[in-house]
Design a protein around this ligand. Structure first.
Ligand code: ATP
Ligand code: MG
Length: 496
């Protein structure tokens, strides 16, 4: 793997002006693991106004000493490169924001304020002279790694830079970041770091919900989402992030279920992640039974959970609102939770009840609802996700959502016919429309005003008897088309 030329060019421009500049942070970590970074960050001795002078035309400034340079690249990963001035963090009186952000003088200070050793590695690119320390396989790159992050990378460990307790007291979000990184990278949290999280978990209360949400989403979207949630529980963070989920821990279900509520939620999420389902489906898989602990009546084999989907939908709304989820996403997840129990048995459920379900959930959400249902089933320990039954339901959903074949499809109405032929309402109108529809079904190109008007003129000259016979024939043709269409819909879902 190579360092992109856009990144090298930004660094060179800074260095040409005698500033120091290094690639740093998550991108170095990913690069050293042989994984393509999703963005590239640069740290420099130049102050923001000096960075602006180096890139006078293509920069915009964000807060916190960071300047974004636009490289003109088409690649979204390289279009914007963030350059941050060396900084150190001052006191955190509220455990969430530094009271002030201060410039640091040297790279070492900037690396020391970063969260984990694997995120505190800097990469220098030296073009002109031979590097002083060569530890890299990349001849022109020198690795600055004062906290032995490479060793932790090799051993797959998340280890705080400095004393973990101090670092978590400065910024409690780092505890959640530790779990997030352990989840996405499939690393372990080093024991002293893990112990400090357990001790300080309560500090999560001070962290803004937006920051928590962004890290949580990264956990949910990871392939190892379920392990990530479990790690949140084991480290003691879950209580402060989603206590509702923790409340399902150790809550047994009944004779229909082998798993406890919490286990079931995780297994459902695991399936959703394995299948690569989208974010909303993953949340719904995790939260679909969140109402069960509160809905539970009785104990043991005969316990019941009436209304848990209604209670659960309400709780889901509260959780997502608390985490400041966008309204649109939240609404979808709430619906998926609310309707996850929909009843469906081939031949037992009518088209009209499916039509009602589609109306309640929204046609655009039906695919996701079925995915939540599959996750629920697999999460219950049922070996199959019910392929035939679900395919059949998909077929019925498609069927009831198709526009029915009717004279409404025509470009002209009964009124148009009456006006054109100057005749009063009566059976002739219906017959003419039926005949027109028959023609249009045969040849959709005929559904044009001019063509239809010509046909109306011709039909207007026929007797009532002739019109009736023609319309009977047209109706038979239409039934054939309906049957054909239904067969095609069935074929699409492999049902008979
Ligand atoms: P990702 O690959 O998911 O972006 P990342 O490690 O790059 O992971 P970012 O949030 O992009 O995460 O942060 C970039 C870098 O900034 C981190 O690698 C780390 O060095 C530093 N950093 C981020 N958040 C914190 C924090 N709360 N405390 C200390 N350093 C942090
Ligand atoms: Mg990053």
């Amino acid at each position: 793997m190579m360092i992109p030329k856009e990144v090298k060019s930004v660094i060179k421009k800074l260095k040409d002006k005698k500033f120091e500049a290094y690639i740093v942070g998550g991108c170095v970590r990913d690069f050293l693991r042989g994984i393509e970074p999703k963005d590239w960050d640069i740290t420099t001795s130049a102050k923001p106004e000096e960075i602006r002078k180096v890139f006078p035309k293509n920069f915009y400034e964000n807060k916190f000493l960071t300047v974004t340079v636009q490289t003109g690249s088409k690649d979204p990963k390289l279009k914007d490169i963030e350059i941050t001035t060396y900084r150190k963090e001052a006191r955190y009186t509220d455990k969430r924001h530094p009271d002030e952000v201060k410039y640091a003088q040297i790279l070492g200070e900037d690396l020391a304020r970063r969260d984990f050793t694997i995120n505190a590695i800097a990469l220098e690119i030296q073009n002109n002279h031979l590097p002083r320390v060569i530890k890299s396989n990349h001849p022109r790159e020198v690795i600055r790694d004062p906290f032995e992050g490479q060793k932790d990378l090799k051993n797959k460990l998340i280890r705080a830079v400095g004393r973990p307790e101090d670092r978590f007291q400065e910024d409690a979000l780092r505890m959640l970041r530790a779990v997030r990184l352990a989840t996405t990278l499939d690393f372990k949290i080093e024991p002293k770091t893990a112990e400090a999280i357990q001790k300080n978990a309560g500090l999560m209360r001070a962290i803004s919900q937006e920051r928590i949400r962004d890290e949580l989403i990264k956990i949910i979207m990871s392939n190892r989402a379920a392990q990530g949630i479990e790690l949140l529980r084991v480290t003691g963070l879950l209580k402060y992030i989603m206590p509702e989920l923790e409340q399902g821990y150790g809550v047994g279900q009944n004779k229909h279920h082998i798993y406890e509520c919490y286990q079931h939620a995780l297994l459902s999420l695991e399936y959703a992640a394995k299948k690569g389902f989208n974010e909303q489906v993953r949340w719904a898989a995790l939260l679909h039974d969140i109402g069960k602990p509160r809905a539970k009546r009785g104990e043991g084999q005969d316990a019941t959970f009436y209304n848990h989907e209604v209670i659960g939908a309400k709780m889901t709304g509260q959780i997502l609102d608390r985490l400041r989820f966008p309204k649109k996403d939240a609404e979808k997840i709430i619906k998926l939770v609310r309707y996850h129990l929909f009843y469906y048995n081939v031949d037992e459920v009518t088209d009209s009840s499916v039509r009602r379900l589609v109306r309640q959930v929204g046609l655009e959400n039906m695919e996701e609802l079925l995915q939540v249902r599959m996750a629920d089933r697999i999460g219950s320990g049922v070996p199959k996700a019910e392929p035939y039954k679900l395919r059949h339901l998909k077929y019925v959903i498609d069927k009831v959502s198709q526009d029915p074949i009717s004279v409404k499809m025509l470009k002209v109405t009964g009124n148009d016919v009456m006006r054109q032929l100057d005749i009063p309402p009566g059976p002739r109108i219906g017959h003419i429309l039926d005949i027109l529809l028959g023609n249009v079904l045969f040849d959709p190109k005929k559904n044009k005003n001019a063509t239809l008007e010509q046909e109306i003129a011709t039909l207007g000259k026929l007797s009532g008897q002739e019109l009736m016979e023609m319309s009977q024939k047209a109706k038979q043709e239409r039934e054939k088309v309906e049957i054909k269409q239904d067969q095609m819909t069935k074929q699409k879902y492999w049902v008979t």
